[in-house]
Design a protein around this ligand. Sequence first.
Ligand code: FEO
Length: 405
Amino acid sequence: MYCVRNITEDLYWVGANDHRLHLFENIHPIPRGVSYNAYLLLDKQTVLFDTVDWSACRQLLENIEHLLGKRPLDYLVINHMEPDHGASIEEILLRWPKVKIISTEKAFMLMRQFGFHVDSHELIEVKEGDTYSFGSHTVTFVAAPMVHWPEAMVTFDTTSGALFSADAFGSFGALDGKLFADEVNFDRDWLNDARRYLTNIVGKYGPHVQLLLKKAGGILDQIKYICPLHGPVWRKDLMYFIDKYDKWSRYEPEEKGVMIAYASMYGNTEAAAQALAAKLCEKGMTNVWVYDVSNTHVSELVSESFRLSHIVLASVTYNLGIYPVMHDYLMHLKALNLQNRTFAIIENGSWACKSGDLMQKFINEEMKNMTVLNERLSLASSLNEGKAGELEVLANAVMDSMKEE
Ligand code: FEO
């Protein structure tokens, strides 16, 4: 049975929701599922914008067949070739052998690499600024390299104002009927998953997202709909989400606040993290979030690191190094290019306390534009009353650094 929704009178969402996939890209948990969005335009010519993951192919086909009726599918526009969107291309080509494919040179190369038999079809290679008319609708193609793969482009329908934005402006989470962002409480129910999606999937490519935002900035007044490949479609309050993307891709914190990420084996380092959290709240900073790196998925840790201005790392020493899970979290921050944060350090070690120096070295040498506060809380096995003064000094240093910003 088909499951489609209208966006405009001749543009339809024909994608699918997936609640069965547990790990997106086989890494990131998606307890709320994910949507693979594809769009069908019924103009004088019929046009499908992107396909879906292989697991959702049948739903896509039922949706398209329902809307097309006896009409052929004339064009397939591929904005992004990653298999969560491109995997069903081959099936579309088999069902509609006369369909013409519009995409970038690199995308055609990837289609061949993935084994799709595209060369028996008419291929229309487009580049930045090219336009194409499907009848009453004219579209412009805009290169979006590394948002999130090198072949990516976005397509802007200058007639309707619909921007087919590929991975940009996407989010984890299945739509479950609610296609538009204004049909949900986005800030309450979606923002965390949108941030987790962007920061973990495209976080590394902030400068490329910035380039795309700059291009979009030139036509902001013409954009009426943002149609991403995952998550809700935007038709109201577009600037709310564009501003979020701008912040995330500039690596600017969204909020003044403190994330305390701790690695604790027997609860002693955790106790220090909790004591610092209480101190900060007592001093008036209540936007404080405490996470055990051992039982919080690293994609959540990354997302929270992008959200907040201050990060306290509290780690035991393990095999004379940083606790492995804490080290893994830091490696993710480095890989995703996070910048412009203030760090504070709590270290613990029962006989050779090394984690503080090693974490400081990692931040100073492996990451960009970070500040590490000089005040450090150093524990020998556990926090005791003798350390109350150092705890106070650390809390004051965090508070003072917030005033400076
Ligand atoms: Fe949702 Fe880069 O693919």
